[in-house]
Design a protein around this ligand. Structure first.
Ligand code: UDP
Length: 331
């Protein structure tokens, strides 16, 4: 089956806007989001639908009109900020997914790629593979796992569920990258602050890891886009699967700072604060399954490369006079 017409939900977000840029020359891409895309993300508004996935009627009309061959479902509330009420996560992530799946059923659209998360897994210091125990700690992780189950239970769908680890970096032609408001992630915050000569806060240096700081698995946004396109090819043969998508190796918070200092050729000031509530010490994945099933490799995901690109993106935002707000939101 030829898959040419794609619908991206959550298209105004970080992954969505990069993915649209990456795919739009080769596919007919339709975009759907609660909010319009950011001003630096120039899109053809003819292909954009402003819609809340919880509004079934409106969603039905849109699917009826465009009849996509595949839905790439990225829409979600994503900060792991527990101050956001459980109900909010459940309604945005689970109810929205249920509605989308039901509407897809009504319109005989049976292929979906779903962006899930490392936050569905139980604590583990080993490289996590897809069969590891699932026990999300955060409400965000819980709602994503329930959304996964909704998709898997639906026997009219073929799916690829991608469990993303720490997505970072930007696309360069044209420039498009991460822009949360406020920003809470380590890579954009540390890059932006070090360019602006501000202190960087690191949460915890007494973890039981090699250098005492948390270890994460960073994956470049370009590798994410490639993984999604390869998942689309996998779906051509009406198969379903779940895949971890990460760089496949761990990088400590201290090592992020060291690499940043090397690239910028200057010392950056770091404050070590107390641990952030809800943070796991180590979160690193095994990517053998993605390598074998969709022939994907995280070719752009070395931390040096990710940071270099993030620096370019931060400088682009500064040049455009777009200010980045960040908060040291506790989980
Ligand atoms: N982190 C930090 N300072 C910050 C933001 C994050 O030390 O300003 C740490 C955070 O505690 C974690 C790691 O960086 O150990 C990655 O956090 P991030 O929020 O980027 O991603 P997460 O793994 O939580 O999804």
């Amino acid at each position: 089956m030829i898959i040419k017409k794609l619908l991206i939900t959550g298209s105004s977000g970080y992954i969505g806007s990069c993915l649209n840029t990456y795919l739009k020359k080769r596919y007919k891409v339709y975009l759907l989001d609660l909010v319009k895309p950011k001003e630096f993300n120039k899109i053809n508004l003819k292909n954009f639908f402003k819609c809340d996935l919880k509004n079934s009627k409106k969603l039905d009309k849109i699917l009826q009109k465009i009849k996509p061959d595949l839905v790439i479902h990225l829409a979600a509330k994503s900060t792991v900020n527990e101050k956001i009420k459980k109900k909010n996560y459940i309604s945005n992530n689970l109810v929205a997914t249920r509605n989308l799946v039901n509407s897809m059923n009504r319109h005989n659209i049976n292929k979906i790629i779903f962006s899930s998360t490392a936050a569905v897994y139980d604590k583990n210091k080993k490289r996590i593979n897809e069969n590891f125990k699932l026990r999300p700690i955060s409400n965000y992780g819980k709602s994503k796992l329930q959304a996964e189950e909704t998709i898997m239970k639906n026997n009219r769908l073929n799916y690829v569920i991608l469990r993303f680890f720490n997505v970072s970096g930007c696309l360069k032609k044209p420039m498009i990258g991460e822009f949360h408001n406020p920003e809470t992630h380590l890579i954009p915050i540390s890059v932006f602050k070090s360019i602006k000569e501000n202190d960087i806060n690191i949460f915890g240096d007494d973890y039981k890891t090699k250098d005492g700081t948390c270890v994460r698995d960073y994956v470049h946004i370009k590798d994410i886009c490639i993984a999604i396109e390869k998942s689309k090819n996998y779906l051509k043969k009406n198969r379903s699967t779940i895949l971890n998508i990460g760089g496949g190796h761990g990088v400590s918070n201290k090592s992020v700072i060291k690499n940043l200092e090397k690239i910028l050729n200057k010392n950056v000031r770091v404050n070590y604060l107390k641990k952030r509530k809800g943070d796991q010490a180590v979160l690193v994945c095994n990517i053998t399954k993605a390598k074998n099933l969709i022939n994907w490799r995280p070719k752009n995901s070395r931390i040096f490369n990710i940071l270099k690109d993030e620096i370019m993106w931060s400088q682009f935002l500064i040049k455009q006079k777009i200010n980045r707000k960040y908060s040291s939101v506790q989980k």
